[in-house]
Write a protein that binds this ligand. Sequence first.
Ligand SMILES: [Zn+2]
Ligand SMILES: [Zn+2]
Length: 344
Amino acid sequence: MRAAILENNQLKITEIAKPSPGRDQALVRLTAAGVCHSDIHLVKGDWPRLALRGPTAMGHEGIGVVEALGPGAEQFLQMGDRVIMGLGGLGGGFWCGACEFCLSGRPRLCHAAKPLLGTYAEYIAAWAKALVPLPEQVADREVSLACGGLTAYSAIKKLIHYGVSPGRPVALIGAAGGLGHYAVQIAKAFGFMVVGVDLGPDKAAFVKQLGADYALDVKEALECVHQALGGVDGCIVFTPKVTGFELGLRLLKRGGVFIGVGMPPATDPPMTLHPLDLAQKELLITSSAVGNVEEMRELIQLAARGKVSTHASLQASLSELPAILEALDQGKYTGRAIINDLSR
Ligand SMILES: [Zn+2]
Ligand SMILES: [Zn+2]
């Protein structure tokens, strides 16, 4: 079968053996795979701490149909089920289910967690417990809910967890991007007052169209937010740039909640915050990365009700993937790219 394999920072589309499902695994014939921005960073080696060793099958957002079940998997799925997979790769392949992290809803932190990788392929053998069956209202083009959508969803839920109530103003930085465009829709569905911030008038128009209450250019955001609202109660930074993180901190009012999601390259400088500012404003600063399988189920329900949809700007076949990653790296298009033909 065809698959995209990364070796020595080179992504190649090549022939590999079709997998067979092991214990608790399902063999899934993939009908769509989402292109995630983190794939570019992995290919370029931007995140040395997440460096992949040896040839690695790539891709962590997938939708497909269950074609075979390994022993034990029949407890969770049936043949012919249409499923979404990914959990952002992290923890999407296995978690123990019994440790302090698994039991507190954070299986990504489980020491036994294994990533899910290999959705840029015709087939994948995937751990059945991490697969979420899809209602027919959720089309293949929604495949990026698997990582991008889930990451946005989990970050929004953390606002509530940390005491920012629906109805309150929250700023989403990078609101027009692959993650941010989901976050605007999800935050509105939860009832927040949404301040979407991104670069330039085209992106602001897109953010407004997604339903944001305020759609602001980066340059005007600080003044507008403090003048109109006196600051925001919470902010989530999706932009993988330290400048976006620093803007987020400055948009918060006293007692605000800061959630960092974007992952700038290791070569970017650290973000700076004087401890006196921290103490004076009594900020809560935390981060969020992808989400868990229960959050995936909740997100799918929102999508089935039409509350969240993917802005997919490009659909292509597997052989076009290296060129797509290159174009995405150069910022040539907004929205998500989807591989909807994995066989050529
Ligand atoms: Zn991803
Ligand atoms: Zn565990």
